[in-house]
Design a protein around this ligand. Structure first.
Ligand code: NDP
Length: 284
């Protein structure tokens, strides 16, 4: 049976599903195979990025579905090499054409590097013109987020950040909430980190509820009011990951998971590490 994913209301009144499918690192074929299965399982939010190089495949998959456009919620992201006012408008149109859409639900600045102020002004205009329903950021650390908010008319609807039991982002969530921005978790399952997916505390809580460990993690995020995008190409996991709206963790269980926080980036991506920018600059 398809899960019903509830929505969260963004700061401009737009309704965004609390849980979506991320297609990072999916090949075109995986996107074509996975999207119909995910839509059948109840997913409506699909998260991609120009840098994932699979927008066209996603567009093809969406063109084949009979799910109404207004039920879908499509997110893509602007790559930092396209930052700047003019380049952003061009990159937006390329993404939209790749996706075969005439409007986008959510457009995110992927990384806080380069002239993202020019980009934000372009995105504000695209929002005003109705070409995007909501605009937001991704990987914006608190200082960069606060500065962007202080100097612009439109407050980001979403900040997509790495968020999972070892990197919980509680202070960030508080800051974002103060301005009405939703924290959306990327890598909610720690990108498959076995230390998270095999953690004894999480395993114990999962057993107590007769649920899988990943479901406990996703439920913990939902219960905190954190939106999320998780990735899987496997049908059973896709179904399982979406089925987290019919059980509840106790306050004690929430506290036990809160105690697992290590407050640090889990994998190769740390947007505060200058070496990361150096690495990204070497890419095309
Ligand atoms: P996730 O935390 O979603 O983990 C994905 C990994 O977990 C895959 O290896 C997947 O394998 C495995 N997995 C998924 N479900 C289960 C399950 N139920 N049981 C066991 N293993 C499972 O990592 P992602 O990096 O994919 O993050 C999710 C999305 O966030 C991305 O797809 C992307 O859209 C977004 N993202 C955004 C970033 C940004 O900079 N803004 C950076 C990184 C991600 P399998 O597919 O084989 O099931």
């Amino acid at each position: 049976m398809a899960a019903t994913v509830p929505a969260i209301t963004l700061n401009n009144g737009v309704q965004m599903p609390k849980l979506g499918l991320g297609v990072f690192q999916m090949s075109d074929q995986e996107v074509l195979d996975t999207i119909p299965v995910a839509l059948d399982a109840g997913y409506r939010l699909i998260d991609t990025a120009s840098r994932y190089y699979n927008e066209k495949a996603l567009g093809q998959a969406l063109a084949r579905t009979d799910v109404a456009r207004e039920e879908l919620f499509v997110t893509t992201k602007l790559w930092f090499k396209d930052h700047g006012y003019k380049q952003t408008k061009e990159a937006f149109q390329v993404s939209l054409d790749n996706l075969g859409l005439d409007y986008l639900d959510l457009y995110l600045i992927h990384q806080p590097f380069g002239d993202y102020y020019g980009s934000w002004r372009a995105m504000e205009e695209l929002l005003d013109e109705g070409r995007i329903r909501a605009i937001g950021v991704s990987n914006f650390f608190d200082d960069r987020y606060a500065d962007l908010v202080a100097h612009h008319r439109v407050v980001p609807a979403v900040n997509q950040r790495e968020t999972h039991p070892f990197n919980q982002q509680t202070a960030t969530q508080e800051l974002l909430a103060k301005h009405g921005t939703v924290l959306q978790a990327w890598g909610p399952l720690g990108q498959g980190n076995p230390e998270i997916l095999g953690h004894p505390v999480l395993a114990e809580i999962a057993e107590a509820h007769g649920r899988s460990l990943p479901q406990v993690i996703l439920r913990w995020l939902v219960q905190r009011g954190v939106a999320l995008v998780a990735k899987s190409t496997r049908i059973e996991r896709l179904r399982q990951n979406a089925a987290v709206f019919d059980f509840e963790l106790t306050d004690e269980e929430m506290a036990r998971i809160a105690a697992l926080d290590q407050r640090k980036a889990g994998g190769e991506f740390d947007h505060r590490d200058p070496r990361m920018l150096e690495l990204l600059l070497t890419l095309d």
